[in-house]
Design a protein around this ligand. Structure first.
Ligand code: C2E
Ligand code: MG
Ligand code: MG
Ligand code: MG
Length: 284
């Protein structure tokens, strides 16, 4: 009967909820332990190349957090960033990522122009965020703040837009640049573009992947690139996996690209070797 199948569905639903609550608690515990441990071991920050569309030359990197489990396996951020946000653990986590990014800006000063760091809504809402950033930059006076880019998503602005806007202005006054991440996936991208003092737009992978064989995607990309240019912003296309898309983006005037075609996120040692090799290749 309908009643019985409804009952079964309910049972299955409850079963899944129970599992996910348990998983969530386990995830939070792992994260708490990772933060209490040697963070460089337990919370490695990996780097993905950002390259010039023209020739694939590495000009920057996006810092992307990982978690290393006790068995050595690597857990991706989609598995723990939401819990980190909800519990507030994103605050120490984000501080760790910033520290690692600045350290690598020093280490790779001759090799790459900039490092981009993701900042989540909760971090941005934290009153201590801007003072922390200012302190970290003051402690690293050899780093030109322009070499640090903070990536924010549209959700960072929901709710507290006036405060957040002021905060972004303060961040910019430190010389740090702002990028709009996952651009085009939200509900009010144009409003956002109008209100947020960003320097860079990152075109979301969903518009980028396969664009060379999709006329609609290609039109949208061209329009967004035109818009970005008119507003004095630079554009980075995310999720470039095919050479045909690289060529199409270059032809459309997108100067910077990121995607598996040029490299997946990798540990800093590997990234360092990679940039060294490519700078040797361009030395006569
Ligand atoms: P995101 O900031 O949009 O980062 C880009 C994501 O796309 C990364 O996934 C990257 O590995 C992936 N990606 C890059 N190129 C390609 C491609 O060609 N094909 C495909 N299929 N994927 C590509 P990842 O590292 O798993 O990070 C996922 C998300 O987690 C990030 O999305 C960001 O929102 C968040 N995240 C990562 N690190 C941090 C962090 O340190 N702090 C905060 N708050 N969030 C972070
Ligand atoms: Mg990002
Ligand atoms: Mg993105
Ligand atoms: Mg994304």
């Amino acid at each position: 009967s309908a009643k019985r199948s409804g009952g079964n569905r309910m049972k299955i639903f409850n079963e899944q909820m129970r599992v996910s609550v348990q998983e969530r608690i386990a995830g939070e515990k792992l994260l708490r332990e990772a933060l209490a441990g040697n963070r460089e071991e337990t919370l490695p920050v990996w780097f993905q190349p950002i390259v010039r569309a023209e020739n694939g030359e590495i000009v920057g990197a996006e810092a992307l957090i990982r978690m290393r489990a006790a068995d050595g396996s690597i857990i991706g951020p989609n598995q723990f960033i939401p819990a980190a946000e909800e519990t507030g653990m994103i605050v120490p986590l984000g501080e760790h990522v910033l520290i690692m990014a600045l350290r690598h800006l020093v280490e790779w000063r001759h090799d790459i122009g900039y490092i981009s760091v993701n900042v989540s809504p909760r971090q941005l809402a934290e009153p201590d965020f801007v003072p922390l950033l200012a302190d970290l930059l003051a402690a690293n006076p050899e780093i030109d703040p322009k070499r640090l880019v903070l990536e924010i998503t549209e959700t960072a602005l929901l709710g507290s837009s006036l405060d957040v806007r002021e905060r972004l202005e303060t961040i910019k006054s430190l010389g740090v640049r702002i990028a709009l991440d996952d651009f085009g996936t939200g509900y009010s991208s144009l409003t956002w573009l109008q209100n947020i003092p960003a320097d860079v737009v990152k075109l979301d992978r969903s518009f980028v992947a396969g664009l060379s064989s999709d006329a609609r995607k290609s039109s949208i990309i061209q329009a967004v690139l035109w818009l970005a240019k008119s507003l004095g912003m630079s554009a980075v296309a995310e999720g470039v996996e095919e050479e045909a898309d690289q060529h199409a983006l270059h032809a459309a005037g997108c100067e910077l690209l990121q995607g598996y075609l040029f490299g997946k996120p990798m540990p800093p040692v590997e990234f360092g070797e990679r940039v060294q090799r490519s700078s040797m290749a361009t030395t006569p």
